[in-house]
Design a protein around this ligand. Structure first.
Ligand code: GDP
Length: 472
């Protein structure tokens, strides 16, 4: 503060003392004191809310309806381990190499695009699983239009299948079910549909709204039909973007490459990214020196829904960080540098998440209408009982929404989901893993542990009563 005001630090300290504050030279002052002291020296103080600032900078001007054109869907594949996510991604990528481009060795860049025989395109995020999906969401990125949930027909709906479904639902992303491994002897797709129906997920064949496709990722059987169904879903979603403006989108992966410097895979979500464009992402920026697709082929421009690997940034932004093209170089530098400085001073930006204690305050502030909970317990019976009782706490004013329930310890994936959905985690006779506890602390996610169901209900009920809006 002394440096900013260009006065001697001793003067600041003595001013604090005259205000009745005993401070030392390396003490952090709170906002009120800073304001008081600065005023004494004749300065006005303006506090910058880093988060708001970045949100404002990342915000885009609305496009005019007539500038919008259809764009390809962006798809994430999720499901239980070993049910065939990687096989499906690999088959789709190898089977759909456009004529003339075949032969190129593909490299994993985090996302790829396929062109179907009818010329239509689909972009796939190439890190299967709901953890990656939710980690991105936890950073505020919304990059998936459609989730394909893979379930092995010779197995069953498994814990991670349920998790994947919950994560997709929490994100409001439509799902298509891929019933895989139908080439295997023990394959029984009917059983899977039945289990899904038990979760209130009816596939179309059963009169429900969810598309599904029986297939074999290994043999490539019916994968083409799945792709058609993805396109159909995309049509319903009416996905659009404006290709005729500066690009914006999300970082999928970024690393430092020995030969090429910083490389980043970006997903263009609006506008068109061109070689030479000035890109800012978080605290990093740079001109796009070159762009490549996953076959290592140079591309000159990347329209909406295209994943490309770019060279030229001066650092490696985090996956899930947004990026935007700037026209004015001085402005781009200033934005990036200011963020770097604030990050240095404030540490990594963390969003404040809901806690039981926060509820009353949030309600007073505005319209807190939904309490999101993640419920984990030691046995199915108690999880169901707790879920039921907590959901029943819903009132006309506040809905209790259970974004995920499950048996087992509280995992990192649960914490990520809580971050992405602004949820409180309720553990019944279970504890968080060490990593999960650390992540929760870093992200500011509240974990409440109980061993008596009544206590959980009682405490959450009281918190909710504190948040009831006064009736007029
Ligand atoms: P992931 O963990 O979900 O990514 O699953 P993988 O794609 O690694 O597949 C797990 C195993 O199942 C591998 O041994 C695959 O070869 C096998 N697999 C995947 N899809 C099929 C299929 O359609 N039929 C058969 N028979 N095996 C499959």
């Amino acid at each position: 503060l002394a440096t900013l005001m260009d006065v001697n630090f001793a003067e600041v300290i003595s001013k604090c003392m005259s205000l009745g504050l005993m401070v030392s030279i390396n003490q952090r002052l709170d906002a009120e004191v800073i304001e008081l002291v600065a005023n004494e020296f004749g300065y006005d103080v303006e506090f910058i809310d880093m988060e708001k600032q970045m949100e404002m900078e990342e915000e885009e001007e609305e496009d005019n309806e007539e500038d919008l054109l259809p764009r390809a869907p962006i798809v994430t594949i999720m499901g239980h381990v070993d049910h065939g996510k990687t096989s499906l991604l690999d088959y789709i990528r190898s089977a759909n190499v456009v004529a003339g481009e075949s032969g190129g060795i593909t490299q994993h860049i985090g996302a790829y695009e396929v062109t179907l025989a009818n010329g239509k395109k689909i972009a796939f995020l190439d890190t299967p699983g709901h953890e990656a999906f939710t980690a991105m969401r936890a950073r505020g990125a919304k990059v998936t239009d459609i989730a394909v949930i893979v379930v092995a027909a010779d197995d069953a709906v498994m814990p991670q299948t349920r998790e994947a479904i919950s994560h997709a639902q929490a994100a409001n992303v439509p799902m298509i079910f891929a019933i895989n491994k139908i080439d295997k002897d023990g394959a029984n797709p009917k059983k899977i549909y039945e289990q899904l129906a038990g979760m209130n997920l009816l596939v179309e064949e059963w009169g429900g709204k969810f598309q599904s496709q029986e297939l074999s990722a290994k043999k490539g059987l019916n994968v083409d039909i799945l792709l058609e169904k993805i396109l159909l879903e995309a049509e319903l979603l009416d996905l659009k973007a404006n290709p005729n403006k500066g690009a914006s989108g999300t970082i999928i992966e970024a690393t430092l490459d020995k030969g090429r410097g910083y490389v980043a895979t970006v997903l263009v979500q609006n506008g068109t990214l061109k070689q030479g464009d000035l890109v800012v992402s978080g605290q990093h920026f740079g001109r796009v020196k070159a762009m490549f697709n996953e076959r290592n082929k140079r591309v000159d421009d990347a329209p909406p829904s295209t994943p490309v690997l770019i060279l030229g940034l001066n650092g490696a932004p985090q996956a899930g960080e947004k990026f935007k093209v700037y026209v004015d170089e001085a402005e781009a530098k200033e934005v990036a540098n200011r963020r770097a400085q604030i990050l240095r001073e404030q540490g990594i930006r963390t969003k404040k998440h809901i806690t039981l204690d926060e509820i009353g305050r949030r309600l007073a502030l505005g319209n807190f209408k939904q309490l999101n909970l993640i419920i984990k317990g030691d046995v199915d019976g108690s999880v169901e009982a707790l879920t039921d009782s907590l959901q029943k706490l819903s009132t006309q004013e506040i809905v209790v929404s259970v974004v995920l329930k499950g048996v087992g310890a509280i995992t990192e994936s649960d914490v990520l989901l809580a971050t992405a959905s602004d949820a409180i985690i309720v553990g019944f006779n279970v504890r968080p893993s060490a990593q999960a506890a650390r992540l929760a602390e870093g992200e500011g996610v509240e974990i409440k542990l109980y061993s008596i169901i009544y206590n959980a209900i009682d405490e959450i009920k009281s918190a909710m009563e504190g948040m009831l809006e006064p009736k007029i």
